[in-house]
Design a protein around this ligand. Structure first.
Ligand code: C2G
Length: 446
């Protein structure tokens, strides 16, 4: 009996897949089809798969060509499978020509002709309305945003706006976008707005976009007061629009899993959270300009507060700050947030360097996330008995912005107003702590 094996995602199963499976089956007597697991696809950068693994397995079975369906869940599994199932032929579409020659050591490798003119990508694009994203501001983060948006289906950056003509034109030329210096005109030509402008403009740009019925993803620091954050979330709710804080760490795979592991009690009761973030900058720059709300607190606290609030909640009792201030800007701030049964602290620097890690201490053990924890793809759960320690690894692709963009587009497409990865009340709590600091409440200079 000649055994054949082939692999694929088989998302939105189409004629190309069916032809491939038929041809693979014709190569032998018994066909094994490896369908990728959802996590395997995420890890290899396929973030846009529409059908889940059960749906994809059912679709493959329904073709009638598979004698056996298995799940592909890890890199290198093909070598194991070929040996485990005693496979004679590995078959795959010609788009993979040459890529699987390494399997020749274990079986015969056949590249089958690919069906032209149809693909899952094409079907996904047809399925999803293509929303036009407009970027407000053309600074450093915007330059990272556009390439990241290209791996997310359902939306495309088409437009950019900046009141400074030269800046906006350079940016538009690099990415082939339409450029506007007038915000109202810009708003007429977009569906979704990404606010990546200087801190002090976030409120105004976001509000005007919501009033023009546009969904908004707004960079951090999202809002500088609790009132602003509440007002805009209410406005979005009233108008049935998505408003999301672009706190990229919140949407990254590793961070999400830290939160769920902690909530499931893996380190017992959480008693202390320590989060640090420092990035040295050199003047003149926005981060050191008091006129532009520069400083360590506005620049970096949203991510450290995200960690604290996600892990300990929004019902904190008091907060106290210590800052080193130079030219009206905090180059270093340490904050202590007390909860009834826990405490948390954050250290932030734009002119003081410190280790940027995250430590979550509990009654059974602790989680250590090395610097830079906010971009993490790795963490370790540690116990007194070190033999129980466990390391966890995740993907963190590109600049990591793709995860938040995907969440934003998914919220719009699926008409979801709230996201469990960062709840609106958590975002409001972050704004409230920033506001207290900016109002000099419990701030001591050192
Ligand atoms: N295919 C085809 N014609 C198309 C589209 C796809 O012949 N128009 C083939 C692919 O070449 C592949 C199979 O259908 O052999 C499954 O394609 P995908 O679902 O896109 O999966 P893929 O990402 O190619 O996964 O471990 C996974 C494998 O490496 C391949």
């Amino acid at each position: 009996m000649v055994k054949v094996i082939t692999y694929g995602t088989y998302d939105l199963l189409h004629q190309g897949h069916i032809n491939l499976l038929r041809r693979a089956k014709e190569l032998g007597d018994y066909l094994i089809v490896g369908v990728t697991s959802d996590s395997f696809d995420k890890n290899r950068g396929k973030l846009n798969v529409c059908n889940n693994v059960l749906e994809r397995v059912e679709a493959v079975k329904a073709t009638g060509y598979a004698d056996e369906v298995i799940i592909e869940d890890y890199l290198g599994q093909k070598i194991d499978d070929v040996q485990k199932y005693d496979v004679d032929i590995f078959a795959i579409g010609s788009d993979w020509e040459g890529k699987f020659d390494y399997l020749n050591e274990y079986c015969k490798v056949v590249y089958l002709p690919r069906t032209e003119g149809i693909s899952s990508t094409m079907l996904r694009e047809e399925k999803n309305a293509n929303y036009r994203i407009g970027v407000v501001g053309s600074g450093r983060i915007a330059y990272r945003f556009v390439p990241e948006s290209k791996v997310v289906n359902g939306a495309e950056v088409t437009t950019v706006m900046n009141p400074y003509k030269e800046n906006v034109e350079t940016f538009a030329q690099i990415y082939g976008l339409r450029a506007y210096t007038d915000y109202d005109q810009f708003l007429q030509n977009v569906d979704l707005v990404y606010v990546a402008s200087p801190h002090l403009t976030h409120y105004d740009y976001t509000k005007r976009a919501l009033l023009a019925d546009k969904h908004v993803l707004c960079e951090i620091p999202f809002m500088l007061t609790k009132k602003q954050a509440l007002e805009l979330y209410c406005l979005a709710e009233e108008r049935n629009l998505v408003l999301m804080e672009a706190s990229k760490t919140a949407y990254c795979p590793a961070f999400g899993h830290i939160v769920t592991l902690v909530k499931s009690g893996i380190i017992g009761d959480v008693v202390d959270v320590k989060a640090s973030l420092s990035k040295m900058v050199v003047s003149p720059t926005r981060e050191l300009d008091s006129e532009q709300a520069g400083g360590a607190m506005t620049e970096h606290s949203p991510l450290t507060l995200l960690a604290i609030i996600k892990l300990l909640g929004v019902d904190w009792k008091d907060v106290d700050f210590r800052s080193r201030v130079e030219n009206g800007v905090d180059i270093y701030t340490k904050g202590v947030i007390n909860y009834p049964h826990a405490t948390a602290s954050f250290t932030l620097g734009v002119g003081v360097k410190t280790e940027g890690n995250l430590v979550i201490s509990g009654t059974k053990g602790y989680i250590y996330v090395p610097a830079p924890w906010w971009l993490t793809d790795f963490f370790e759960v540690r116990y007194e008995d070190q033999t129980k320690n466990k390391k966890y690894f995740y993907s963190y692709d590109g600049e990591g912005l793709r995860y938040e963009i995907r969440e934003f587009v998914s919220m719009v497409v699926n008409n979801r107003r709230s996201c469990y990865k960062l709840r609106r009340r958590e975002s409001v709590a972050i704004a409230e702590i920033i506001e207290k600091y900016r109002n000099h409440e419990n701030v001591t200079e050192i």
